[in-house]
Design a protein. Structure first.
Length: 205
C-alpha cells in the first residue's frame, strides 16, 4: 500500500494518503512498482491496437486511482489527521513490530516485481538483516492476499483480477504463486529456527 500511495502522490492525487483507509487490491501496488522500475508488461488481449502493454496498464492503473481518489473524499482531513496524531503517540510493542515488518517489505516487494528476472532467497535476506523471529513470523500474512488474488485470476473467477493479471499466462501465474509461497515458507522456517531459547532456571541452593 505504501508504494501505491507514493506513486499516487507523485501524480498529485490529493487524497492519496487516505487510500490506507480503503480496500485497495494488492495488484495495483505491484503494477505501480513495476511501471516505476521500468518493467515491460506484455500486451494483454484487452488492449487496443496502438497500445503497448505498459500503456495499457498505466491507463488502467490511473483509472483505478481516480476512482479511489474520489472514494477517499468522504474521509475528512480532520478525522484522518486526528487518527494519525493518535498513532504518533507512544508506540506499543505491536506497533514497533509492524514498523520493522514494514521496513523489510520494500525489498521483498521489489523481489516480487522482478521475480522472473532476479533470484531472491528470503531466508538469506532475513539472516543478513538479522531479523527477529517475531518480525519474520509476521511476513507471510502480508502476501496471502496477493496469492489469493492471483489464484482467483488463474481460476477465472473474477473478470477484474483476470484482466489485471492478464500480462501473465497460466504457467507464469502458477510459477508466480509458487515464488510468493516460497517467500512465506522461508519466512516461517526462519522464524521457527530463530525462536529465542529460554535459559533454564537455576536450581535453588
Amino acid at each position: 500500500m505504501t508504494a501505491l500511495i507514493k506513486y499516487a502522490q507523485k501524480f498529485d492525487y490529493k487524497n492519496a494518503k487516505k487510500f490506507k483507509k480503503l480496500y485497495v487490491p494488492s495488484t495495483l501496488a505491484y503494477i505501480a512498482t513495476g511501471l516505476e522500475n521500468g518493467l515491460n508488461f506484455p500486451k494483454p488481449k484487452n488492449a487496443n491496437d496502438v497500445e503497448s502493454g505498459n500503456q495499457y496498464y498505466y491507463g488502467m492503473l490511473h483509472d483505478q486511482l481516480r476512482q479511489f481518489n474520489k472514494k477517499a473524499q468522504v474521509i475528512s482531513d480532520e478525522d484522518f489527521d486526528k487518527e494519525q496524531i493518535v498513532k504518533k503517540k507512544r508506540k506499543t510493542v505491536q506497533e514497533h513490530i509492524a514498523a520493522k515488518v514494514g521496513s523489510l517489505l520494500g525489498d521483498i516487494d521489489y523481489a516480487i516485481d522482478v521475480w522472473d528476472v532476479e533470484p531472491f532467497n528470503t531466508y538469506k535476506y532475513l539472516t543478513d538483516k538479522q531479523v527477529s523471529s517475531t518480525v519474520a513470523s509476521k511476513i507471510p500474512e502480508q502476501y496471502q492476499e496477493l496469492i489469493e488474488e492471483v489464484t482467483t485470476a488463474l481460476e477465472g473467477k473474477s473478470k477484474q483480477l483476470k484482466e489485471a493479471y492478464g500480462f501473465m499466462n497460466a504457467k507464469e501465474k502458477r510459477a508466480f504463486i509458487s515464488f510468493v509461497r516460497k517467500i512465506q515458507t522461508d519466512a516461517e522456517r526462519y522464524a521457527e529456527n530463530h525462536k529465542p531459547v529460554r535459559k533454564p532456571r537455576k536450581a535453588k541452593q
